[in-house]
Every structure is written in C-alpha cells, then in structure tokens.
Design a protein around this ligand. Structure first.
Ligand SMILES: [Zn+2]
Length: 496
C-alpha cells in the first residue's frame, strides 16, 4: 500500500486561529482525504508551535505564564478539527515533553555529531515577528520587510548551524525538482534567495534572554532556536527519538503545506537539517498565499481578523470549506468579504448544488422511481442504457453523460494532482450546470416515455457529484448520498 504523509505547518500559538490558517489546514485536509480515496495509507499531521520570544512576550502582555497561555490557544487550534471537519490523524504540540522534546534533543546531538553546530559570538538584528535574524541588506527603511517593525539588536554568544555548507546542494535539489516547490514563482524566489548567498544561522539563544523553549542538550545556558525545534515536529510525531516503525513507514513527507511567510524555513533550513541528519527529503512543499479582508491585510490592530469559529457558526462547515477552496486561489493571495462569501454561497451552494439535488429527488419521488429501479444499482451499471424501444433522445443523452462524467473525473484528478482546488471545484460545477441544462432540455417533469431514463441519469449524476465532492465537502457529500439512499430530499443549503 502506498503511503502519503502530509503536514500543515504547525501553527504558531501567539494568537487564536484566523481564516488564513483555516485555509491551509482545509487545503491539507482535501489532499489527505483525496489520497485516502485513492487507497493510500495517509498520515495527516497538524499541531502547534508553542515556544519562542513572540509567545513569551504575548503571554507576558496578557499577564499569563507561557504554559497556560499556549494551552488555551493550542486547544482552540485542536478544536478546528471539529468545526472544519478535518481528518488529521495526529496533533503535535512542541511543548509535548514526551514526544517532541526527545526528538529535538536527538536531532541536536546528531547535527552536532556531524560537525554542523558550533559556537560563536554574534551581533545581529532580530525580528520577533519572524523569530529570525534579518540581514541589514534586507531591511526596508530600517525595518523588517514583512512586519514593518523595528528590530532588536542582539549580541550574544550562540550556537550556529552550518546552513551555508548545504546551500549549494539544496539549490541543485530544488532546481532539479527533486523537491517540488509549488507554485513555480516560489521555487524561483527561493532559488534567487539562495543564489544571493546563504550564511550560517544562529540556532540558540542565551537562556537568560529566552527561557521559554527547549534547552540545548549539555548546555543549560542556552535555549534552542524556535524554528529549529519546531520543524522537528514533523519527525517527532513519527517517533523519531525511538527510530520507530512510523518513521520507517511514513518518512519522508510527501507534502508540507505552508504559508508564503514561512516557506523559506521549510525550503532551506529544514532541508539542510535533513541533509545533515541523512534523512530523505520531502517531496513537495506547497505554498499558499495570504487572505486579505476587503483588500486590507488582516490584523488585530485593524480589528478585521476573521474568526473561523464565527464563520462556521453562521454559515456551516462546508460553506466555509467551499468558499476558501473555490474563491481563494490555492497559491496566490485572496480576498475575503462577507458579501463575496454570501454571493458564492447563494449562487453555488444554495442555488447551484442544493437546488439540483432537491429538484432531481423531488422528481424521482413523484414518479416513485425507487420502487421500480434501484438507484444504488445505477452506480455499478453506469448511466442507464436506453432500451431499444425508448426515445432516441435519451440514448444520445446517455452517451453525452458518459463523456462528460469521464471528462469531469479527469479534470478533477488533474487539478487535484496539481493542488488546484478551485479548478477541481469549477469542473464539478460544470457537471452541475450540465445537469441543469439537461433538465431544461429533457423536461423530465412531463410524463413521457423518456422520463424515467432521464431521471435515472440525473440520479446517477448526483451520485457522481457526491463522490467528486467527498474530499472537498465531506459532510455535504454524505448528505447527498443519504438522500439518494432514502430517496428523500432535504434542503442542503438554505438561501441567505
Ligand atoms: Zn519580521
């Protein structure tokens, strides 16, 4: 059985989850579900990254100790599983001393053993937002180009990781697409970043300046750099410390889903660590963009942060999943407004999908089709063949149905294999419009010879639509299948 290991970036617990993370985790969930449907042995990981200066600071501002602070936030991230209907197989926390810490210690000692960690005095500009040192040449008006905030001058004796030693090798690996970076623009971005020259990175902080983290093994004056240990969570969840069966089975990761702000850490630092550890490299790094709100960056200070909990409460899980997958580009920035959300909801879900399901089932109920033919049998047989005596009209429709179904399944697969969730959904909605047009043309509400065949074809198409929707809208897919089974229509998406 083929395995498929997919991860989210483990979320940083300095604040409650917003829809940007919901997007990432839903994208990963679709891929996990899709690969399960393909019959693969899937392991889907999500979790929380809970150490570092930024979290210690955020906790202090709220007058909380860091552990209580992250416990509360991590719990919220865990709850996403329920509200977004995620199928993750595990959830790792970097404060997990039983699973994560031993793996981090093992990684550190191995990197050291391989001669890739050394100590030196260093002075640099640190951005707490990025949890990284920023080079002078990358500053914009003396500030971090991402966070637009002033930087802290840090002068410490720290441990360094020999990132420079691996940069050429990583450049070649990315160029040859041994690691695929999606989209192409991000691949080019990291390549040009590497070509500008990569320096070694500080991989610890003085403990007196940062207590909230994992201590450097054998040096109680230093704390391990947060990125370096957080990345290890992809291994610690597979029992890396014990070199367990899970590691043998699932490593390397098939897909790391990450945001554009952190893909560099995944494409460079993480790969260098893995090379030093002599572990296989992940196959794909899939990078999504940011969500703006009405064209503005989401931020606490602007008060425009969209809370996925509120959104789900108001519109339901699958509506949120649908909007994020259909409206937001998988790899570019996308925009959220309530207006856009409701427009999509009404047009595609209430009117498009919901209306078709209700119409077809109502017609099937009316002619009491179920007593004469078995809908469940249709799936095995394919669209019902018109028998010799039936109208030639429906015969043509049947072959047309077959052609379009085949075409949609192919488009869906092609789109999903390329992480183009929006395109996959567009093709499913093509099938929905095809069915609508078919109904208008065939007028199956009129009693005539072809009526039964037309409705049978439509019932079959609904089953196909439900199957196609499975990875995207799992609950809706199940509801449609149940309605087909019970031959009873219920409203899927009430108009708003
Ligand atoms: Zn920054």
């Amino acid at each position: 059985m083929k395995k498929f290991y997919i991860t989210n970036s483990i979320a940083y617990t300095n604040a409650f989850p917003h829809i940007g993370f919901a997007l990432e985790t839903i994208q990963a969930d679709v891929l996990a579900r899709y690969h399960r449907i393909l019959g693969e042995d899937v392991f889907f990981l999500t979790g929380t990254d809970e150490h570092g200066v930024k979290i210690a600071k955020a906790a202090r501002e709220k007058d909380k100790n860091p552990k209580n602070f992250v416990d509360e936030i991590s719990e919220k991230f865990k709850e996403l599983k329920r509200i977004l209907n995620l199928s993750n197989d595990d959830f790792i926390r970097t404060t997990d001393k039983k699973r994560h810490w031993p793996a981090v210690e093992k990684v550190w000692l191995k990197l050291k053993e391989n001669g890739d960690i050394y100590k030196k005095k260093y002075k640099g500009l640190y951005c707490v937002g990025c949890e990284a040192f920023i080079k002078e040449k990358d500053l914009v008006n003396g500030k971090c180009p991402i966070h637009k905030k002033n930087l802290e001058v840090i002068e410490e004796e720290n441990y360094f990781f020999k990132l420079s030693k691996y940069s050429k090798k990583i450049e070649n690996i990315i160029e040859r697409e041994e690691i695929k970076i999606i989209p192409e623009s991000k691949k080019n971005e990291i390549l040009s970043f590497i070509k500008q020259g990569v320096e070694d990175v500080s991989c610890s902080r003085l403990k007196e300046n940062l207590k909230w983290g994992i201590e450097v093994p054998g040096d109680d004056t230093q704390t391990i750099y947060v990125w370096m240990e957080a990345l290890v969570s992809y291994l610690s969840v597979l029992d890396y410390a014990e070199n367990g069966d899970k590691l043998k089975k699932f490593w390397p990761a098939d897909v790391h889903c990450v945001g554009k702000d952190i893909f560099r850490f995944h494409s460079l630092l993480w790969q260098a660590m893995l090379l030093s550890l002599k572990l296989e490299l992940p196959k794909t790094i899939f990078v999504h963009g940011f969500i703006t709100v009405g064209g503005e960056k989401m931020s606490k200070s602007l008060g425009n942060v969209i809370d996925p909990f509120e959104l789900v409460k108001k519109y339901g899980t699958d509506s949120v999943r649908y909007f994020l997958l259909r409206e937001i580009s998988p790899t570019e920035d996308g925009d959220f407004t309530y207006e856009k959300f409701e427009k999509r909801y009404n047009a595609d879900l209430a009117k498009g999908l919901g209306n078709l399901v209700a119409r077809v089932l109502t017609m099937a109920e009316k002619i009491n089709l179920d007593s004469e033919s078995q809908i469940s049998r249709l799936a095995e047989d394919g669209p019902l063949r018109s028998r010799d005596s039936e109208a030639s009209e429906s015969r043509r429709a049947d072959s047309k149905f077959k052609t379009i179904l085949k075409d949609i399944w192919q488009k869906d697969k092609k789109a999903l294999d390329k992480f183009k969730f929006n395109e996959a959904l567009i093709s499913i909605w093509e099938l929905i419009s095809f069915c609508d047009r078919y109904i208008e043309r065939e007028r199956p509400w009129e009693t005539k010879e072809s009526q039964k065949i037309v409705i049978n074809n439509l019932l079959f198409a609904l089953k196909e639509i439900a199957s196609l929707l499975q990875p995207f809208l799992p609950e809706t897919s199940e509801k449609i299948l149940n309605q087909l089974e019970n031959k009873k229509s219920e409203i899927l998406f009430p108009r708003i």
